[in-house]
Design a protein around this ligand. Structure first.
Ligand SMILES: Cc1ncc(COP(=O)(O)O)c(C=O)c1O
Length: 430
């Protein structure tokens, strides 16, 4: 048997130590159970991107934001030396004051600055509401087709979402009544009714006042609060939104969240919660990040106080024009194979393709060809209902990209699923 000499032994040891130190550190054994699957690396944006809640780059009020940043920093930039800008843990006071005025003016909400908590995007608001109310095994009621970010959070928390079907006027309150009765019979008290009542994601519907009233009546009768996610409320084409559920509630059983992502810019990461103190104080105790980004709050307060109500109609006008392009393009390239309702506002079109189309497969093939779409099943708790549906965001691509992207998508869909039919063209326009 070969026995290494002392010098050979030393060389071998050095080799092993070197090999060990050059091997990448293995984190795998340290990861706790229950982590979500690893995230994919970002490979850059694709050529035709119809995904995400991105905004229109051409309607970003850049000059106004630059001027606002300059003014607010010169005037009170020294407050950046304190956590919370001398405004306390609920966020920059001037931004909350703007929201008090804005919510009163358009949503009919009468609240004080201390009823508002500024968050890092409304995603953090959703996390805080969930953190305060939900435990593994709970049940919540949500719109059947719904925001993926909310659906994913529920599954990660081990909470069961019961989906309520929608029609052209948003959540069907007759179905809501039936579900609440059924859950009651089973001894289940859902923790909340989650709704995006004003320009629903993904359907673009608006819940009329009568349905809001009925939802609040059911909420009170069953002792289930309403969780109102109003992040698209500024993007109603007509400019006139119904009063918020929070404003209509007489018993304080509504938690309202909103965002500046859709009205100004998503990268700023500024959202907010309006809630009664009983539950606000529990959410505030869970917000342990020492405050959301201060500069964004300062710039937004400065810009919005003077300009918000001038900016938003211009943004809506640009978005509406892009929606027209998208609907025309779908009609041109898909003909009757693409069914959709003209949404009442927002940045998404919810499209139904023929039953044979598997949207998840279409998503994969389209992505490989440089066209990104959101497949319906990821935006619904009823996977079979959403199997042949797509969500298309029209805010971020240019008009030209919308046209070219839809043409490319139609080609891929035809190749994979035989629809739209080869002859489908402008003459089939609806
Ligand atoms: C319904 C809904 N809620 C919340 C969010 C989160 O938005 P943000 O965290 O940017 O405010 C989105 C984003 O698309 C959304 O569609």
């Amino acid at each position: 048997m070969f026995a290494p000499h002392r010098r050979e032994k030393a060389t071998l040891t050095l080799f092993i130590v070197k090999a060990m130190s050059s091997a990448p550190f293995d984190f795998a054994p340290l990861l706790p159970a229950g982590l979500p699957p690893p995230a994919a690396r970002w490979n850059g944006r694709v050529k035709f991107d119809f995904t995400g809640g991105n905004n229109d780059p051409d309607r970003l009020p850049l000059d106004g934001l630059i001027a606002a940043a300059d003014a607010v920093l010169r005037r009170e930039g020294h407050t950046l030396s304190t956590y919370g800008l001398n405004s306390g843990p609920q966020g920059y006071r001037a931004l909350r004051d703007f929201l008090v005025a804005k919510l009163k003016a358009d949503a009919g909400i009468a609240c004080a600055a201390d009823d508002i908590l500024i968050t890092s995007g409304s995603l953090q608001a959703i996390d805080l509401v969930n953190g305060a109310l939900l435990a593994r095994g709970d049940t919540v009621v949500i719109e059947q087709d719904c925001y993926q970010g909310s659906i994913n959070r529920l599954s990660r928390l081990g909470v069961t979402p019961v989906g309520i079907p929608l029609d052209g006027d948003g959540m069907r309150v007759d179905a809501l009544a039936a579900v609440l009765d059924d859950l009651k019979r089973k001894g289940v008290r859902p923790k909340y009714i989650y709704t995006i009542p004003t320009v629903q994601n993904p359907t673009g519907t608006i819940l009329p006042v009568e349905r809001r009233r009925e939802m609040l009546r059911l909420s009170a009768a069953h002792g289930v609060p309403v969780f109102e996610d109003d992040c698209y409320c500024d993007l109603v084409w007509s400019g006139k939104r119904p009063p918020a559920l929070y404003a209509m509630s007489e018993r304080g059983g509504v938690i309202h969240i909103g965002s500046f992502s859709k009205s100004i810019a998503p990268a700023l990461r500024v959202g907010f919660i309006v809630a009664p103190w009983d539950v606000m104080s529990r959410m505030l105790a869970l917000k342990t990040d020492a405050g959301s980004g201060a500069l964004e709050q300062m710039v937004l307060a400065e810009y919005c106080t003077a300009n918000f109500f001038k900016h938003v109609p211009m943004l809506r006008q640009g978005l509406r024009a892009k929606l027209e392009t998208l609907m025309e393009s779908l009609t041109e390239h898909f003909g009757p194979a693409a069914e959709f309702d003209d949404p009442k506002g927002g940045i998404f079109l919810w499209v139904k393709l023929p039953d044979g189309v598997d949207a998840l497969k279409l998503y994969q093939s389209a992505l490989a060809a440089g066209v990104a779409i959101n497949p319906g099943p990821e935006w619904s708790v009823n996977k079979s209902h959403a199997r042949s549906r797509l969500r298309l965001c029209f805010a971020s691509p240019s008009h030209e990209e919308i046209n070219q992207g839809v043409a490319a998508l139609a080609d891929i869909c035809r190749r994979e699923f035989g629809v739209p039919a080869p002859s489908t063209n402008i003459d089939h326009a609806r």
